[in-house]
Ligand binder design. Structure first.
Ligand SMILES: [Zn+2]
Length: 163
């Protein structure tokens, strides 16, 4: 498609309210990353509305929810690739599960027993999440699942090869 046709389509989609008309991500891409507010996924990767399914949680971990969402995304919304992005200075790596659970319990006044996906080895955690996704048999497409570390200070993405 010519660039002019592409931007014209972008313009029409913009005016029509793209989100309400196209549900299948145009890049056929799922992005899993941390909820950390410093990560502007769209700006970092040059994404526009409609480009990708973005899944976020504490640490960008491959939890059951994430695995289920990725399976739905591939089977129903036609995505084919998964990009896992963890980052430096992540709270899930700086605090332990007991520390975070204690803070939630203190703030809420109720005991907290949920798993927050904390880790002590950032690279190991990223590799673990990529491996979990790659071994999740409900994902129809597991050949393009890649892990990246985002260095907040350097504003740089670096791929972390799987073992
Ligand atoms: Zn984080």
């Amino acid at each position: 498609m010519d660039a002019i046709d592409r931007v014209l389509m972008n313009s029409r989609l913009h005016h029509l309210g793209m989100a309400s008309r196209i549900t299948e991500p145009s890049l056929k891409l799922v992005i899993l990353t941390c909820m950390d507010a410093r990560i502007d996924v769209s700006a970092l990767l040059g994404l526009r509305p409609g480009d990708a399914n973005v899944l976020r949680n504490v640490g960008g971990r491959a939890t059951q929810d994430v695995l289920h969402a990725a399976a739905l995304s591939q089977a129903v919304l036609g995505t084919r690739e998964v990009m896992v992005i963890h980052h430096t200075e992540c709270a899930a790596g700086r605090f332990s599960q007991p520390e975070l659970a204690a803070r939630i319990a203190a703030a809420s006044g109720h005991p907290f027993h949920g798993d927050l996906g904390t880790f002590s080895d950032p690279i190991g955690a990223l590799k673990e999440d990529v491996a979990l996704l790659r071994s999740y048999t409900s994902l129809p497409h597991r050949d393009k699942i890649r892990g990246f570390m985002y260095d907040l200070a350097a504003e740089r993405l670096t791929e972390v090869p799987a073992d």
